[in-house]
Structures are given as C-alpha cells and as structure tokens.
Design a protein around this ligand. Sequence first.
Ligand SMILES: Cc1ncc(COP(=O)(O)O)c(C=O)c1O
Length: 353
Amino acid sequence: MTRLFIPGPTDVHAVVLAAQNQPMIGHRGPDFEELFARLQPLLRRVFLTSSRVYISTSSGTGLQEAAVRNGVARKVLCCVNGSFSQRWYETAVANGKEAVRLDVEWGKAVKPELIDEVLKQGGFDAIALVHNETSTGVASPIKEIAALLHDRYPEVIILVDAVSSLGGAPLDFDGWGLDVLFTSSQKCLAMPPGLSFAAVSDRALAKARTVPARGLYFDFVDLEKYLLKNQTPSTPAISLLWALAAALDRIMAEGLEARFVRHAQLADRVRAWAQTKFELFAEARYRSQTVTCVRNTRAIDVPALNGYLQSKGLQISDGYGALKGQTFRIAHMGEIQLRDVEELLALIDEFIA
Ligand SMILES: Cc1ncc(COP(=O)(O)O)c(C=O)c1O
C-alpha cells in the first residue's frame, strides 16, 4: 500500500475501509435514523460545536457552494491567498453573487487589519475565508479575524473552508463564533472521498431562510428539516456513512486533543527538516499544522523525487498550480504517524544526497 503524504485523499485505515462493506439499508427507515443519530454528536465534538453539522454526499466544493448560496444576500468579501481561497471568489461569481476580492500575497496569511480596511467600505453581509490554504501551507488566524468581525461588523456572516485542517487542527466553531465551517471526508478525517460536513450556526440558518434562490441540493433549510428527523433530503452515500462512524470512533479513541498534538508534532518535525534542507514557503507564525509547503531551493526534479518515493511506496505532492516545481508539499494529516514522517524524510535525504 502506498503511504500518502499528499493533501488528500489521505490514507484510510483498514477498519474504516472495511466498515463500508455492509448490506444496504433504506434511508427512510429506523436503521438509518439510528446510524445518523449516532453520527451527529460525534461530528459536533469534532467541530467543537453544539450546533448542527450537516452531512453532504458531495466533496467539500459542494458545501462551499452551499455556503455561498445560503449565506450571501448582498455582497461577500472573498479573502484570496492561494488557489483554494480563490475558489471562494469563483464560486460566489458563478452563483451570481456580488463578490469583492481581498488579495493577499501567496505564502502570507489573511490578517484582521487587512480585512478591516475593506469591510470599512460597507455593504458586506458575508466574508469567505480558507483556514488552511492547501496550496501554500498557510493557516490564517480565523480566531482573531472572527473576533474583529464580532466587534466591528456583527452583521457579517463568517464562512470558513477548513477542508484541509478540520480534525487535524483545533477550530472552535462555537468559541470563535463562526457561521459556516466545512470540511471534506478525505483529508484530516482520514475517510474515503465522497462526503463533506458543515457546521452551521443558528444565525446562518435564520439568514438562509431569508436568502432567495438557495438552490435545491444544498439548501440549508431543507437539510435542517431532514436533520431534525435524522435523515438527509436525498439518498446519501450510505456505505460512506458506515465508514464515517468507524472514522469518528477512531478519532474519539485517539482523543481530539491528542490528535491535534500529534498533528502539531508532525508539522514541527517536517518544518525543522525543511528549514535545514530547503526553506519554508509560508510566513512564520502562520504555518499549517497539516501540510507543509517547501520552497524548492535546490531545484530538485520533484516528479523524479516522487518517482523515487513511489518506488518505495510513499508519495508527496508537487507544488500546486503556479507553484509547481518551485515548491513541493508534504501533507501530514489523518493517519500519518511520526515514524512515517521519519521514513519519508530519510528517503528524501537519500534522494538529494
Ligand atoms: C482548502 C481546500 N478547499 C477546498 C478544496 C476542495 O475540496 P473537495 O475536493 O473535497 O471538493 C480543497 C481540496 O484539496 C482544499 O484543499
């Protein structure tokens, strides 16, 4: 089996894979409702919320679209510091929303003072951010940004993409007062791709009820109606829900805090190595806990490195988009352990020696 140090899909434990292999059940019956009811409190623990967490049979992009369609009535500020945050802007425009971009140099975090400058202009009712910019390995300070918004712009709904960090880094939905926070199954939660999850605040749901043209598949109002019955509006990926139950059991057995600590240790190790052999792309203080973006200062042939790694059963990622070749990325999320990282770094050392 290849060990994946790519930022999704991540390796899935055999127990989680096997959990999918169960007879089908109807999604309008008591067996399904029991399964769904078991998942809700566990998901809420992972999202650090007492609010609802919707389950979507889609990748995270579906819930990003949902956040825009349900959460934006007038004008949204899209904070862009990499390829994935750019998708907020593209999604807003594709859904006919008025969107303003706040462009931040790639490799840098989005900071509260930059946001303040733009929101001052007025007219915004939502802001869209990526917590963990997977293309650059930057984690923006969502807690500080949310504090600014609550203080000065309380009417602005806060939409956060945590696709590559939730479950691997602490994101305190209730404590920080976020409105929509979503992730995908195939990253830090270490599940197969195909599901995504969104915590949605009461005020975001109340707002959704007033926003026209929310569409059908990702309508929060409809998702809520069914969630109250422990169901989903349309047929969900039932096999993946069994996998989710197993993945959440694994997360709870490890303990959320311990999981965050493990991810922090993995990040520390990879960063320390990268700083001696290469350089880090992300600015200090805002480095991701789940994916490290390494500046390719030795101009190594990244595909050749990956070919070598793959011959040993491991895989990393090239730089994303415009950063291809100039950077490479080592994801340390989900099931990855310190011994895996040590093995990977030793092999890269061998390659560059
Ligand atoms: C930060 C971020 N947002 C969004 C996405 C898209 O997620 P999905 O492929 O689950 O739709 C990704 C995928 O890598 C991502 O890293």
